[in-house]
Design a protein around this ligand. Structure first.
Ligand SMILES: [Fe+2]
Length: 196
């Protein structure tokens, strides 16, 4: 279940309906899909797409997405840091960023035109759509483990376009639970959602 944090206000929101409401005000879809027993950890990308075909097909129809694929990131992926560094700076895409989390977790920070920056931590079972043109950045949690279904209209549209802002450096990607906390983070601060 996702966790919403508004660091500048010291707020943490865990109620799914409250999260959905906040995100929808910014045009972001949030859904929870059942995950228990649907795929095992060794499942291939094809098996994952087959297992979630009903939800993926519904989302394709809703958003006009054409293709879907599966990314699998673990801490032993060669060049991982370079890959993460492409997305942890503020950017937009010409295409929606649609992710369903099959395994692991990560944190999207959203910088809306009005109102404070907010962070949405996504975990297994969470579906999120960050609309095209939305200023955002993304970090993995400390265990650097995520497997996600991605949906696209046009893969080329998903290339990051950087804003040039260093705003992301002012927000620490906090994740739920001490095992996911970045080393040296104070637990009390983490649960308040304070920025570093
Ligand atoms: Fe992005």
């Amino acid at each position: 279940m996702a966790v919403l944090r508004i660091p500048d206000e010291g707020r943490v929101v865990t109620d799914p309906e409250a999260i959905r409401s906040h995100l929808s005000r910014h045009g972001i879809w949030y859904e929870q899909w059942p995950v228990a027993g649907r795929v095992d950890r060794q499942a291939t990308a094809e098996q994952i797409l087959a297992a979630y075909a009903p939800e993926v097909d519904r989302l394709k129809a809703r958003g006009g997405y054409i293709t879907a694929d599966v990314i699998d990131v673990t801490s032993d992926v060669p060049g991982l840091q370079a890959m993460l560094d492409k997305f942890n700076r503020e950017h937009i895409h010409a295409e929606d960023e649609v992710r369903f989390i099959v395994r692991g977790s990560g944190v999207f920070h959203i910088h809306p035109p009005e109102g404070p920056v907010f962070a949405i931590e996504v975990l297994a079972g969470d579906l999120i759509n960050v609309p095209a043109g939305t200023l955002h950045w993304f970090d993995l949690c400390a265990d650097r483990d995520i497997r996600a279904i991605r949906l696209f209209r046009e893969k080329a549209g998903w290339t990051p376009q950087y804003s040039g802002s260093d705003i992301a450096t002012g927000y620490q990607p906090l994740c739920f639970g001490p095992s996911h906390l970045p080393r040296g983070t104070a637990i009390s601060g983490a649960f308040l959602g304070q920025s570093a």
